[in-house]
Design a protein around this ligand. Structure first.
Ligand SMILES: Cc1ncc(COP(=O)(O)O)c(C=O)c1O
Length: 497
């Protein structure tokens, strides 16, 4: 395809043209360009956003059947990302994961997936009815976080399960660690399997050589980006990219139609159009500034006694092929705080909100919207935090850190036998039973101690005595459990016998 004019924003322009034309609207949304909207809300959000909150119609195009400006906007995005086709999503990478799975695998077919994937991967398994072959990601005991799945793990999985249809990987992780996608691509395609990549955290990789190789550059068959996470689109906005002819395009389009609302929020769709233009035209310059600011901040934070922000020295560790420098993981354990406590202090005392906190770390995102002043305030806050005496009484009610450290933390129990497909267990009749008496039953939910956030059991798997004992120990140590209906895990949802 000839080079397209990346300075164009055809879809945003179509909305502006409608407003300029002064059309008399007798259509949804019911607020009619803001006239009927609650005045306080309208005053706060502004007239312009209300004016372009319209509905698909001639001249404005339809996300479900793009023929005009959305078609062009998606083609521009595909060219910017080096994909054959790009599709705009308005329910985040969550729907992207579900669409990838619904496209790539049929009920009962095997798909290799990392055990620690985002929960939307599980949604994809439930919807598609696929049989997961779980791969263990590399766990980093020093930093208390899990990294990516290695090519060696994928190779071993494919040796053991030659009938796997697709391999799904997550890269980068929430902490900015990227997998060796080039090797994974060679390996997976040499065996004629599909490669699906959850690149929710890497929508910017394509636009700067100092960032890890993007999934489209690596040649993934399908991949997803949360454009809202690290670029400038509105929340929920994401893109799904497709490359090559291994995936059936008609199936992908049919799946997308099923997932998309018939009434997409048009300012959101337009924000994808302009976020692509911004990256295609100014991405290199904007990201150069962001990367430099993040690197400088990482250096400054590393000068503070008791703090550690990992950087290039981590490359080469198992599961760490490359790093996204724009995510700064600050390990605070040597200050005597948990990450949760540090995050709370940053918020209460300094009015700073970080993206993520876990037992040992807090993660600050640096994006094209991060200012030097903000970076300075973050450093000053950490300097003060490191100087202070730890206010134990106020912020460390449970002593979680010490307890967790004293009992062998990351030795996860064996993945238990799968007795039903996730879909069948999820949709089965279920009941709640006391957790301590649940050994031998088929679990109908996911149970993940956090961190590391890796499920020790997923729907359809048998609750073994080893797992019950392990989780009871974790609970006693004050570790948080994710994914269950009963937060305290006194009861667990199991398949009715
Ligand atoms: C790895 C990963 N994949 C997918 C998602 C879902 O993305 P979204 O919030 O855009 O739906 C997330 C969200 O945090 C994520 O961390």
């Amino acid at each position: 395809m000839a080079d397209l004019d990346q300075s164009r924003t055809p879809y945003f322009q179509a909305l502006l043209d409608y407003v300029d034309a002064g059309v008399l609207p007798f259509h949804t949304p019911g607020h009619i360009q803001g006239i009927g909207m609650d005045p306080a809300f309208r005053e706060f959000v502004g007239d312009n956003i209300c004016a372009i909150d319209l509905t698909p119609m001639p001249g404005i195009d339809d996300l479900l059947q793009p023929l005009e400006s959305i078609k062009e906007a998606q083609e521009l995005a595909a060219q910017a990302y080096g994909a054959d086709h790009t599709f705009f999503l308005i329910n985040g990478s969550t729907s992207g994961n579900q669409c990838m799975m619904m496209t790539a695998v049929n009920p009962g077919e095997k798909i290799a997936v990392p055990r620690n994937s985002h929960k939307s991967m599980l949604g994809g398994l439930v919807m598609s009815g696929a049989r997961p072959i779980y791969m263990q990601p590399e766990v980093d005991e020093d930093l208390h976080m899990d990294h990516c799945v290695t090519p060696e793990t994928i190779e071993r999985t494919l040796d053991e399960h030659p009938d796997v249809v697709a391999v799904y990987v997550v890269s980068p992780t929430y902490y900015g660690v990227a997998a060796d996608l080039a090797s994974i691509e060679r390996l997976v395609h040499a065996r004629r399997k599909l490669l699906l990549v959850d690149e929710a955290w890497g929508p910017h990789f394509q636009f700067h050589p100092a960032l890890p190789l993007s999934a489209t550059q690596a040649g993934a068959d399908l991949c997803i980006n949360s454009t809202h996470k690290m670029l400038s689109a509105f929340s929920q906005c994401a893109m799904l990219h497709q490359i090559g002819d291994r995936v059936r395009l008609d199936r992908l389009k049919a799946v997308l139609k099923m997932f998309l609302s018939t009434s997409p929020n048009l300012p959101m769709v337009a924000s994808l159009d302009v976020a692509r233009r911004q990256m295609a035209i100014e991405g290199h310059a904007l990201l150069s500034r962001t990367i430099a600011l993040a690197e400088e901040t990482r250096r400054r934070l590393n000068l503070i006694d008791g703090l550690y922000c990992f950087g290039d020295e981590l490359k080469g560790r198992k599961g760490v092929f490359d790093l996204d420098p724009t995510k700064i993981a600050v390990t605070v354990k040597d200050l005597g705080y948990t990450g949760y406590e540090a995050a709370e202090l940053l918020r209460r005392r300094y009015n700073i909100q970080v993206e993520l906190a876990d037992l040992f770390n807090v993660v600050a995102l640096f994006t094209i919207g991060t200012t030097r002043e903000a970076a300075d305030r973050l450093v000053t806050a950490f300097e003060e935090l490191a100087r202070d005496d730890r206010p134990l009484d106020m912020y460390a009610p449970s002593g979680v850190l010490e307890q967790r450290l004293s009992h062998g933390n990351y030795r996860l129990p064996k993945i238990p036998p799968m007795r039903m497909l996730p879909r069948d267990a999820y949709l089965a009749q279920t009941e709640f039973v006391p957790f301590k008496e649940s050994a031998g039953r088929i679990c109908a939910e996911t149970i993940s101690p956090y961190p590391p956030g890796i499920p020790v059991i997923a729907p359809g798997e048998e609750l073994t005595q080893e797992i019950v004992d392990y989780l009871r120990l974790e609970m006693r140590a004050g570790v948080r459990i994710q994914g269950t209906y009963d937060d305290e895990l006194k009861t667990v949802r199991v398949v009715l016998e």
